[in-house]
Ligand binder design. Structure first.
Ligand SMILES: Cc1ncc(COP(=O)(O)O)c(C=O)c1O
Length: 402
């Protein structure tokens, strides 16, 4: 295991100055795309793994809707406190706040783990729930957290939005808590989808939701994006042209009065909370090669780690068995410049969580602030081949990102 500063490279020129290399255009898309192999798999339907086969699961259009409905169904109000991490996307916090619950924030350290001592103290004040995020696939210390919740009579909610298919100690993440929430479209090429698991038994109220559809335009637009992204990853020039054309068509169609619910954005709106997952996402979920997805992500992670070891500051370089990494997180001084330099070379690096929930900012600890300022995500998803991993590694080394 490695602390953030252990792989710091010696000083070299600032990143982003060098020209993009000549030669065939390469693209490493930030997220996975959808290809025709999923059609072939329709013929060989297999069992879907956890969390899909679990009986007490409710599917939503987005995970944040599930979080909102969870706390509403549990009857949380202004006197009920949820302990939530100071390092968060803002969407999950917005959903909890909209449910009417009170929030208190505990600190996350530079290894993406909770400050257990502080959590212990905070939990003595009568909080009703502990909300835990498994960051980028890395598991939180579940034995300790389960024990703490049991001792203090708190509900345990696992946020697995970034940790689908990940596990620890032989069990999948999302199986430890009373409830667990998953964002499906972050790991899988589906146009939308969130899943709320009720490990403690079915929640009354969820069965009476007045569901609304998301509209064809939302599903069509996002599915087109998934297909184009796949093409961009394979044939950068053609894919780039298709992306541009798709953007133009999308803008033109926006004038039509069709319902659209976005994914992957920041914010929380009560207007969308009853939107159900699309039929297409539910269908696709039956046909992915889940074992292959996890294996590919792990292999890409290990290869990139191998290529960058000693030259780049890695946020986490440990990968225990069962972990399914979402991205490869590195630490850089200037995220914006580094991301721009990588994008110029076709690597769609993601600036991870620059800001959280605005109202939570005063309670944010120094480590969360540090992570917001420095974490940059390098794609290692299942659509990326070793040639793309090696290309990304060469560009990162060439740019001397630090
Ligand atoms: C940790 C975490 N929880 C929950 C969510 C909400 O996911 P969704 O976009 O499906 O609402 C996100 C992403 O926004 C997230 O990063």
């Amino acid at each position: 295991m490695m602390q953030a500063s252990q792989t710091q490279a010696p000083p070299r020129p600032a990143p982003g100055r060098g020209p993009a290399p000549r030669g065939r255009r390469v693209c490493v898309p930030a997220w996975q795309g959808l290809g025709f192999e999923v059609l072939a798999r329709q013929l060989s339907r297999k069992e879907t793994p956890f969390p899909f086969g679990v009986p007490d699961g409710t599917y939503f259009y987005r995970a944040r809707h599930g979080i909102y409905h969870l706390f509403r169904a549990l009857g949380f109000g202004p006197r009920d406190t949820i302990l939530a991490p100071d390092y968060h996307s803002g969407n999950e916090v917005g959903a909890m706040r909209a449910s009417g619950a009170q929030l208190r924030f505990y600190r996350i350290n530079r290894r993406l783990e909770p400050d257990l001592e502080q959590l212990d103290k905070l939990s003595r004040s009568g909080a009703r729930a502990l909300f835990v995020i498994h960051y980028l696939g890395w598991p939180q210390p579940m034995r300790e957290l389960v024990a703490l919740c049991r001792e203090r009579g708190m509900l345990l909610i696992e946020d697995c939005a970034l940790a689908l298919l990940s596990g620890t100690e032989g069990r999948p993440l999302g199986a430890f808590g009373d409830f667990a929430i998953f964002c499906l479209y972050k790991t899988l090429p589906v146009p939308n989808g969130g899943l709320l698991l009720q490990n403690a038994g079915p929640l009354r109220g969820l069965d009476r939701l007045e569901w609304e559809g998301c509209g064809m335009a939302s599903v069509g637009g996002q599915t087109a994006e998934l297909v184009v992204r796949r093409i961009r990853g394979r044939w950068a020039t053609v894919g780039g042209a298709l992306s541009a054309a798709k953007g133009g068509v999308g803008r033109a169609l926006r004038v039509l009065p069709a319902k659209r619910v976005t994914v992957g954005d920041i914010g929380f709106s009560l207007a969308d909370v009853n939107t159900r997952i699309s039929g297409l996402s539910r269908h696709l979920l039956k046909h992915f090669d889940y074992e292959g997805i996890r294996a590919r992500r792990r292999a890409n992670f290990l290869r990139l780690r191998d290529r960058l070891q000693g030259s780049v500051t890695m946020l986490r370089d440990d990968l225990e068995p069962g972990v399914c990494p979402l991205f490869f997180p590195i630490l850089v001084n200037d995220k914006e410049t580094a991301a721009a330099a990588l994008w110029a070379r076709g690597i769609e690096a993601v600036q991870f969580w620059n800001h959280g929930d605005p109202e939570a900012a005063p309670q944010e600890g120094p480590d969360a602030r540090y992570l917001r300022d420095h974490v940059l995500e390098i794609p290692i998803h299942q659509d990326i081949g070793f040639n793309q991993v090696d290309y990304a590694a060469r560009q990162i080394l060439d740019l001397n990102l630090q």
